[in-house]
Design a protein around this ligand. Sequence first.
Ligand code: M6R
Length: 367
Amino acid sequence: EKSGYEHFMLKEIFEQPQTIFDSFRGRLDVEQAMLTLSGLDAIKDKLLAARRIIIVACGTSWHAGLLAEYLIEELCRVNVEVEYASEFRYRNPIIDENDVIIAVSQSGETADTLVALENAKKQGATIFGIVNVVGSSIARMADAGAYTHAGPEIGVASTKAFTAQLVVLELFALKLAQMKGTASPERLRQLIAALHAVPEQVQWILDNQLDNIKRIATKYKDARDFLFLGRGYNFPIALEGALKLKEISYIHAEGYPAAEMKHGPIALVDEHLPVVFVATQDPFYEKVVSNMQEIKARKGRLIAVVSEGDEMAEQLAEDVITVPKSDELISPLLAVVPLQLLSYYVGIELQVDVDKPRNLAKSVTVE
Ligand code: M6R
């Protein structure tokens, strides 16, 4: 069932051109610039009236939710809050029938997420589920939803499920922006085209960056700690890069907003510390470059994930991983792929059981 791959994790990373396509198939019409997300139509009135949207999730799914906050606020001009399910359920949050909650869960069985949603539903909130496993508990209890269509994910570390979640959240943001009239038809057309190009661009990464990433994995495998930094749309990707590395290699890693490092983590930087910057072309790019200079001045080992043709980063960083150019709202979908591969290859170097890392379960059904 591993179709010739050594591990499920690698197979699932390589499936992404197909699974990303599957998650927008039938939902995206590039020619007509049309979006179809029937689950969203089902709660249209609630959504249009909502003064805020709350996203509830755990782990990697929470990272997808964090990116969605940036996307939905940018495109739909509605307030979004992102909550760890385990905190939200016990905090006695203020919820009423005007709230729409987006639940993000691969398994649809995560206990904290499920109970948080049940509580919110009792208080009148409308629940929209973004779930991978068809017929799972969260899928069944939600008022409406959209499946991610990534297919079964066996590796404990979420990879293809994450990119599928991002696709559905992008579609959600685009469709809501279209309904609300908060983004111009021209902008929506650009974004639809950019999303449509992603499967091919992910394939490009898999075809062209693999040896480079393996080399980087071998070079840094003995590091004790890693820092992952990004700003804006790439901040959630930095968090996800750090989580993947922790899970799959047992190396301590922290994800941080690049500018926030000055308020603490920069104390960790010395000539032994690899610092991975997610620095694709976007409005934050110049600022990220100055953060890279700050790390370099303290002799940190700079690894940068950048857009094709970025000569500045190539001069600055010790190691560079290239991804194709895309729209700033879409490029996180590309930037995460090298980070998945990096953690995979570091894990392999360190002989970790990457499909079943210690202490982790595929779905956390106890609190
Ligand atoms: O099934 P869910 O998406 O609700 O699971 C949430 C987390 O348990 C999950 O994303 C976890 O963080 C993964 N091990 C990440 O690789």
